[in-house]
Design a protein. Structure first.
Length: 518
């Protein structure tokens, strides 16, 4: 079989397509331990033995050398057969975060230099074919004073990434095809995902061509993608879901792994308010479309979504409620200077909204909220309960419940009301079952399931990316805060991946050229 190297491999989306096209992946590398865990586990599933069939190197590409690559692959079962110029193809997609569209960036920005290091490996390995993929923004991204990998020259000033790539590859003895943007949806992936693909061939081998989509084949829809994932009366099967279960990526014996009970289906836990908010979206709607519909048709929010109504009402009256909160604190001799902060008042007003939703003397939830309120007020449970009983009749007097309810029935949605109901997140969208999904990202928060009032699971995102059901994503499901820059949890692994079916058609083009060479 032809031999491939996969750099910046992540969890292994491109690798899946490479294997499906018939390549042996002899070397792969990524710097993320979480991605490594998923990637190496997948190869174990397929029967590929580390150090025998393939080698994975956990490393920053800046630390990776051609000596390390050749040492590793010449220790595999194939024998000491590899040297400069003998590897068939290098695949890779240097992360693009450091590329600059606007203004100048430091040429020594380590993220910019990933592109430089990728070119360095190509120069030192000299594969017959080069494949690089990236986001569409790379087409107009520029580098500042980019250092050549060929010698000590500098591309002075601002230079387009694709111009640098063409110049460097041509001087190395490659021909770079005119760059194309490929949409994954045109190649059997149930997702609108455009990727820039750079294809180059060494001048002594058979030229390569871009894959051509068959526009006569209908797109695979979200409905198709999610089949067979649910129990009970909602279960259904499609050709795509059946293929996902049967598998597409062959193991060492040439047979895909069948999996009818896939992992990574853990659902996120949403509170009642979030689920009611999700209910406002119809399939295919983002916030703007949902707002436009409500403005035309009106909304019975108080009747249909009572908790969301109360939370939104308290948020709308947040500023107006603050004097009443402070007045009652002073009346009970509970006031402290720290209670005047905007943040404290906002959270207290939100807590009072929760009490309003659960204002039942026998409610266990009410008791829990009152205990929490007592901690905020730095007082006893009894004083907190008295505070609530005294202040609640004075709250929400600027926009009363009756006024707010009438506004919504009439479709009178002010900007403040829109933000109160939908939050500031304007890019959220509910997937439509009748078309492909938007581009999957590294967090699930942007998309609402078409059938259920929740975000997607890791497996559902993986289906929309065209991963086999047997492919397991390992590590923590998600992360947050400062850890996002350092960790690669399951959702990020899926969102960052090249869709395997898109990778497959690209890799097949390389395979076709190699076979013609022979």
């Amino acid at each position: 079989m032809p031999y491939a190297i996969d750099l910046f491999c992540g969890a292994g989306g491109f690798s899946e397509g490479i294997l499906q096209a018939g390549f042996d992946i002899i070397f792969s590398s990524d710097k993320s331990p979480m991605a490594e865990e998923t990637y190496t586990n997948r190869h174990q599933q397929l029967g590929l033995i580390e150090g025998v069939d393939t080698h994975f190197e956990l490393a920053d590409i800046k630390e990776l050398t051609s000596d390390k690559i050749f040492q590793s692959i010449n220790s595999l079962k194939y024998g000491n057969i590899f040297e400069k110029g003998t590897v068939d193809v290098i695949f890779g997609g240097p992360p693009c975060q450091g590329f600059s569209r606007l203004g100048k960036r430091d040429s020594k920005d380590p993220r910019n230099m990933l592109f430089h290091e990728y070119l360095r490996i190509i120069k030192d390995v000299m594969p017959r074919y080069v494949v690089m993929e990236n986001v569409t923004g790379i087409l107009d991204m520029q580098m500042l004073d980019f250092p050549s990998v060929l010698d000590n020259r500098i591309y002075e000033g601002q230079n387009l990434v694709q111009s640098i790539l063409r110049n460097e590859l041509e001087e190395l003895g490659y021909t770079l095809l005119d760059v194309q943007v490929l949409n994954a949806a045109n190649f059997g992936v149930p997702q609108q995902r455009n990727r820039v693909v750079f294809l180059a061939y060494r001048n002594d081998v058979t030229p390569i061509e871009y894959p051509e989509s068959d526009n006569d084949i209908p797109c695979v829809t979200v409905y198709d993608a999610l089949g067979d994932l649910y129990d009970g009366g909602f279960n259904y099967e499609t050709d795509y879901s059946l293929q996902s279960q049967l598998g597409r990526t062959p193991n060492v014996n040439g047979h895909p792994i069948v999996n009818v009970n896939p992992s990574n289906m853990e659902t996120s836990k949403h509170d009642d308010i979030v689920m009611q908010r999700f209910s406002l979206y119809q399939q295919g709607e983002n916030r703007a479309k949902a707002v436009n519909r409500i403005q035309l048709e009106g909304l019975e929010l108080q009747r249909d979504y009572p908790n969301l109504f109360i939370e939104s009402l308290f948020q709308l009256n947040g500023k107006a409620n603050q004097p009443h909160i402070l007045k009652q604190l002073k009346k009970q001799d509970l006031f402290q200077e720290s209670f005047k902060s905007e943040r404290w008042l906002q959270f207290t007003n939100r807590q009072l909204g929760l009490l309003s939703m659960n204002d039942n003397d026998n409610s266990v939830v009410r008791q829990h909220i009152l205990k929490s309120l007592a901690l905020r007020l730095k007082t006893s449970f009894e004083d907190a309960e008295l505070f609530w009983n005294e202040v609640k009749s004075h709250l929400n007097s600027e926009i009363t419940g009756d006024k707010f309810s009438k506004m919504l029935r009439d479709g009178d949605l002010t900007p403040a009301a829109i933000e109160a109901i939908f939050t500031k997140k304007s890019i959220r969208v509910r997937l439509s079952q009748v078309t492909v999904s938007p581009t999957m990202v590294t967090l699930p928060d942007d998309y609402i399931h078409p059938f259920f009032n929740r975000v997607l699971t890791v497996r559902e995102m993986a289906r929309l990316q065209s991963f086999d059901d047997s492919f397991e994503f390992l590590g923590k499901r998600t992360t947050g805060g400062d850890k996002r820059a350092k960790e690669t949890p399951q959702f990020t692994q899926v969102g960052n991946a090249v869709p395997p079916l898109l990778a497959k058609v690209i890799a097949e083009q390389v395979m076709t050229a190699i076979n013609q060479q022979q």
